[in-house]
Design a protein around this ligand. Structure first.
Ligand code: NAG
Ligand code: NAG
Ligand code: NAG
Length: 137
């Protein structure tokens, strides 16, 4: 009995920390690997059309941590700043081909936006460097 109380307290505490963790990171249960058809993306885009790049091939939009109750959540979580220097140099030209910014033409800015909106929410599982590699393969 003397052993049970501390371990129960520990479990309750651990569960509380677990809940805090879930709430602070935004909960998700699966990843959506989202690709886009650039001509359609450009047609629906609100950005200036002279910057559009309507490639005739599917390109990557992003890897989004998602849950079933709201597939667009979680988003815009707290996390580490996007750092362009963490983009693995050998992958950069491949990333620019498979993960281009088809609406605005600044690939780095697009990657940064995807990191801020989605990547930060699953940073504990896939940090910025790993996301580059996952996006590539
Ligand atoms: C889905 O994510 C939202 C935002 O993070 C959260 O409020 C909600 O509880 C989550 N739902 C499930 C079933 O995890
Ligand atoms: C991010 O952290 C700030 C301060 O620590 C907090 O006020 C804010 O609600 C957090 N945002 C999210 C999305 O967790
Ligand atoms: C592209 O976006 C990045 C990140 O937002 C920014 O640092 C850079 O100055 C931009 N480049 C151009 C040419 O606008």
């Amino acid at each position: 009995m003397a052993m049970l109380k501390p371990s129960l307290a520990f479990l309750v505490l651990a569960f509380a920390f677990f809940l805090c963790f879930i709430m602070s990171t935004g909960s998700y249960v699966y990843f959506q690997f989202v690709q886009q058809w650039p001509p359609t993306t450009c047609r629906l885009s609100s950005k200036p059309s002279h910057q559009h790049r309507p490639f005739q091939r599917f390109t990557i939009h992003g890897l989004w941590p998602s849950n079933y109750s709201n597939p667009r959540k979680p988003s815009n979580c707290n996390g580490s700043q996007f750092d362009d220097r963490k983009v693995y140099p050998d992958l950069r030209s491949d990333l620019k081909r498979s993960w281009p910014d088809v609406e605005g033409g600044n690939d780095t800015k697009f990657w940064e936006g995807e990191w801020n909106k989605h990547g930060k929410c699953s940073e504990q599982t896939l940090n910025q460097f790993h996301v580059d590699v996952v996006q590539y393969y």
